[in-house]
Design a protein around this ligand. Sequence first.
Ligand code: TYD
Length: 206
Amino acid sequence: MTGLFVTFEGGDGVGKSTQAALLEKWLGERGRTVVRTREPGGTAVGERIRDIVLHHRGHVDPRAEALLYAADRAHHVATVVRPALARGEVVIQDRYLDSSVAYQGAGRVLDPDEIRRLSLWAAGGLLPDVTVLLDLDEASARTRLDAADKPFDRLEAEKAEFHARVRAAFLALAAAEPERFLVVDAALPVDEIAALVRARVGEHLV
Ligand code: TYD
């Protein structure tokens, strides 16, 4: 049995964890050992880095931020992901290097190609077998924002623009590697998404 590396990507709040949990359950029923993990985080070192990148108050230089995500990734891949794959297990992971390219690149300060190279260096070249991109279209994203029932202020408008860039970056990555990516409409019912994910992952099960 060979290991399988599956990552979930997409904007914030598109349902990655829900789908990761459903896939874990399905694979477990098929007798596969699953490691569920995430970036940033997933290791003790990673949780400390996560705390800095997500909760530090005040400015963090974009290059420093990119390096922190890369440092988290390097340690996580070396100590969690590769060992699990070597044992023949399935690794299901919330976010991986595509998040770095999409998010750190969307800030417009850093070159997405450089970020990808940095991430690949950190990960020793490890790419997922399957990457599920949960894509939420502009209209649905807007509906979710409107549902929050708050006026659309300047910051939120900026946020919406940033998220539009992140979304475009993810879609471009998926278009460049169609064999690795499964793009799913995140507005579909949970069960339908889960079925599409199972179908794609199932192709890789031996
Ligand atoms: P996550 O915990 O997945 O948050 P959510 O549940 O809201 O999706 O990710 C935390 C944040 O980290 C998310 O906004 C995306 C960002 N991120 C990057 O900017 N670069 C990266 O390389 C990774 C892995 C995450």
